[in-house]
Design a protein around this ligand. Structure first.
Ligand code: SF4
Length: 349
């Protein structure tokens, strides 16, 4: 059997025909950058026990604030990306710790793409006008009262967060009454076994347009040779999270297919799972080159064909037992019925 036939035979025996179809579909439809994740602030002022920063061996160290030079170089390339649809100004930290955040938001808003930003709320009062330009504004919150909030968002204050959301909501109401642009405000609540879902809705729904509930899952940890990944649970997660132990078939991942993720120091990394920048694919000076690097292209193929690859230890490859979650929280079955005109409740396990 010649080399080509042997390779073809290996592919066919390892994968299904759907995967094969995907591969050729992608050959005919080359990858394009449709989403850019520009991490303007990789540092954080909180010490959340569920955060990958708290994992042993977390090594990333620099001031974590994207400079104007890096931002401008990226910005000039984003302007030339015809297929770009979404721009996120966050990935690994708190973007509003960057004093230039307001300027960066204003510039990105001029590109007429869908913009996203996630904040822990501490600095949002400094950027009220600019945050109104964001399309989807996410608040990082897990607790529902002083005790639970300050346990899950260490270093932050419950009363201050309530106050900031309340003030921001007043401003949103005023602007909506005048038909001015305001962001769609959402909380993506990553719940654990100890989350009080009803109290969570009661506390935060007055200040947002949507609350989305998803089970909190583990993070990725990388092997020393950077060739493999596995799931990592922080100590708190071990005790409190539902286990992700059901293998899932994965055919694709948007991060390798259509997304470019740039850290605050300008390194292009695989995805938001790479907190420690283990796998730098290139840098901010040439985003297209990084997106088309050999490693990413190979990864696309490996994922399609179900071959062993560095992503195999990612959460995408595992699910938790949904029946167990529903048994533990029977109220999840009718949580969405608590939606109001003001705030929509969504459950996505
Ligand atoms: S590690 Fe997971 S999220 Fe990251 S590129 Fe791989 S599959 Fe996608």
């Amino acid at each position: 059997m010649n080399k080509f036939k042997k390779r073809l035979y290996e592919y066919l025996s390892k994968t299904d025909f759907l995967g094969f179809g995907y591969y050729f579909f992608n050959k005919l439809n080359p990858r394009k950058i449709t989403k850019a994740i520009i991490d303007i602030g990789s540092t954080c002022n909180a010490k959340c026990p569920y955060c990958p920063r708290q994992q042993e061996g977390f090594t990333f160290k620099d001031n974590g604030l994207m400079t104007e030079e890096i931002f401008e170089t990226i910005y000039s390339q984003l302007k030339e990306m015809p297929d770009l649809k979404n721009i996120s100004l966050y990935a690994f930290g708190e973007p509003l710790l960057n004093k230039n955040a307001g300027e960066y938001i204003k510039k990105i808003a001029q590109l007429n793409k869908k913009t996203l930003l996630s904040t822990n709320t501490t600095n949002m009062d400094k950027f009220t006008d600019e945050l109104m330009l964001i399309d989807r504004l996410q608040f990082s919150i897990e607790g529902w009262d002083k005790e639970s909030y300050e346990r899950t968002r260490k270093n932050l204050k419950f009363e201050e967060t309530i106050e900031k959301l309340k003030n921001f909501d007043e401003e949103v109401k005023k602007r909506r009454a005048e038909n001015l642009k305001t962001p769609f405000r959402t909380i993506h609540c990553l719940f654990t076994k100890s989350t009080d879902l009803h109290k969570f809705i009661e506390t935060w729904s007055p200040y947002v347009d949507e609350i989305r509930f998803t089970t909190m899952g583990p993070y990725i940890s990388w092997s020393d040779d950077k060739k493999s990944t596995k799931l990592y649970y922080t100590k708190e997660m071990e005790q409190d999270c539902f286990k992700f132990d059901i293998p899932v078939e994965v055919k694709t991942c948007s991060y390798v297919n259509n997304t470019i993720t740039v850290n605050s120091n300008g390194k292009v990394v695989l995805c938001c799972g790479d907190f420690s920048q283990h796998l730098a694919l290139g840098d901010y000076r040439d985003l297209n080159k990084a997106f088309n690097c050999k490693l990413l292209k190979n990864l696309v193929k490996q994922i399609y064909f179900g071959e062993k690859n560095i992503c195999n230890g990612c959460r995408n490859y595992f699910a938790c037992d949904k029946d167990k979650v529903y048994k533990y929280f029977p109220e999840l079955n009718n949580l969405e019925s608590l939606s109001t005109d003001k705030c929509k409740i969504i459950v996505t396990l």
